[in-house]
Write a protein that binds this ligand. Structure first.
Ligand code: CMP
Length: 227
């Protein structure tokens, strides 16, 4: 990727939204671009980490593994999102594993370059704090859902979140073009693939959603009954 493309990409990343062109160009010159095939480990939990990543294209997921190999998916990140900021900022090991779920192009920013940029551009530091606050809010919500909702409610929340971020309003309801796999949903709601399959079938049977392969439509009744 040539420098100008990197600058254009950084401009579309929320944390750099208020940064002047010259500072972005200097930052872009220090960025390393790397392509990752689908299902590649970007880094593992407890690895030492001295860089932060910006997703140029593709998608990654943030996961934890239990001792029995059980996978818990904390979140998915897509183009324009950042990750790996925690180890970079607190100088501790990586808090989770990050794997690509699609072929992905990642921009890598080393600690020294990013810290130098933060000193020159406090606006970026404020945006990073806002990102951390949003993630903490979301984590609070997930903890609440795990403790307070049954598996039907938890799967419903995952679908409603997706509808909010990616949904398109159509005549029948809200269309999600590409839902996560049943296994991915299971690992987001701390359940099994079989249970998620049963929950989705039950939602369909009750006329709350329509499913066609990866496409899902949340009907208005879905929100009336589960929202
Ligand atoms: P780091 O700890 O460096 O490596 C793992 C990354 O996953 C972490 O930085 C964050 O970018 C991201 N991450 C960890 N926990 C969460 C979470 N609960 N929600 C969103 N992102 C997270």
């Amino acid at each position: 990727m040539v420098g100008q493309d990197t600058v254009a990409l950084l401009k579309r990343v929320t944390i750099f939204a208020n940064v002047e062109e010259q500072a972005l160009r200097e930052l872009a010159a220090l960025v390393i671009t790397k392509d990752y095939p689908k299902e590649t480990l970007v880094f593992g939990q407890d690895d030492p980490g001295d860089s932060m990543f910006v997703i140029a294209s593709g998608q990654v997921k943030v996961v934890l593994y239990g001792e029995n190999g059980k996978e818990i998916t904390l979140t998915f990140f897509r183009a324009g999102d950042i990750f790996g900021e925690m180890a970079l900022l607190d100088d501790k090991p990586r808090s989770a594993n990050v794997l690509t779920t699609e072929p992905s192009q990642l921009l890598i920013l080393k600690r020294e370059a990013f810290i130098e940029h933060l000193k020159r551009c406090p606006a970026t530091a404020i945006e990073v704090l806002a990102v951390l606050c949003q993630r903490l809010r979301k984590a609070d919500e997930v903890i609440g859902n795990l403790a307070l909702l049954d598996v039907f409610g938890r799967v419903a929340r995952v679908l409603m979140d997706l509808a909010k971020s990616d949904g398109e309003t159509i005549d029948e309801g809200v269309l999600i073009r590409k839902r996560p796999t049943q296994q991915d949903i299971a690992s987001m709601v701390n359940s099994s693939r079989e249970t998620v399959s049963r929950v989705l079938s039950e939602f369909q049977r009750r006329g709350l959603l329509l499913m066609d392969g990866k496409k899902v439509v949340l009907r208005p009744q879905f929100y009336d009954q589960l929202g």
